[in-house]
Design a protein around this ligand. Structure first.
Ligand code: FMN
Length: 235
């Protein structure tokens, strides 16, 4: 894993096309097949993720991956706590967006509810959609992404880069994922399940595995703002 940037700095058209395809077709997937990912491939993907940049090369990510019995026990514990409204967040999140950010939030919410056949008044349907998060959308694996307890917003940026590396690496190997803030809604219960102490703070989780391509919730494609709305070039 020590290819120097200069040794390999000659991007071909194929590589550009492959990367464009990879990055533009990654989607948050919310229905998975039960088939587990090969353990050797798991090691490879989580190693690829670590090539992310970080402030001072501090690499402030600490990841715990549950599969098999540990995944089943975690699902059950999350349903029993978060599912009943018991929240303990290491990092506050009120999800109250305004303006254009609120519009984007509503757009994706409506898109997802429509795909699931959940109407505006359907409280039970909305609750069910929330609970699906805690079931890892039936994914056979979930990664819980922590930071050391001293870490703050700068390190969260590092961890975001690590997580995107991870999800794109997965995509390159045909594995789908969904990053989930909801999986961090009860950090104490996650720590208890993993038998770790509060020196690790939970940022979010990622469910992953092979997508169930037949499911309607996997057909949605949330829009992006135009380039000029989010980027200004200066000369
Ligand atoms: C840090 C983070 C947390 C997220 N949390 C959730 C979540 O708890 N549940 C969920 O269904 N989607 C969650 N998402 C997925 C977003 O809804 C999704 O990325 C966004 O709508 C854009 O869609 P796309 O990922 O398919 O391109 C999260 C995404 C990120 C980056």
């Amino acid at each position: 894993m020590s290819i120097s940037a200069l040794e390999d700095n000659n991007p071909s058209q194929n590589r550009q096309d492959d990367f464009t395809q990879l990055v533009t077709t990654r989607r948050s997937v919310r229905a998975f097949l039960p088939d587990p990912v090969d353990p050797e491939l798991l090691s490879k993907l989580f190693t690829l993720a670590t090539s992310a940049p970080s402030n001072c090369n501090s690499q402030p990510w600490l990841t715990h991956v549950v599969s098999g019995a540990s995944r089943d026990a975690m699902r059950e514990a999350l349903m029993r706590t978060i599912g009943e409204g018991e929240f303990v967040l290491d990092f506050p999140y009120d999800g109250k967006y305004t303006g254009v950010y609120r519009e984007r939030q509503l757009d994706v919410g409506l898109m997802l509810y429509k795909a699931l056949g959940v109407t505006r008044e359907d409280k039970a349907g909305k609750r069910q959609a929330f609970l699906r998060n805690l079931e890892f959308f039936d994914a056979p694996h979930a990664a819980f992404i922590f930071m050391p307890d001293w870490a703050g917003i700068r390190e969260a940026a590092d961890v975001g880069m690590y997580a995107q590396n991870l999800m794109l690496s997965m995509r390159a190997y045909g594995i789908s994922s969904c990053p989930q803030t909801i999986l961090g809604y009860n950090a104490d219960v996650v720590r208890k399940q993993l038998e770790i102490d509060s020196s690790q703070k939970l940022l979010f989780g990622i469910s992953f595995g092979y997508a169930d391509e037949t499911r309607p919730e996997n057909q949605i494609c949330p829009a992006r703002a135009t380039l000029s709305e989010v980027t200004k070039f200066y000369v």
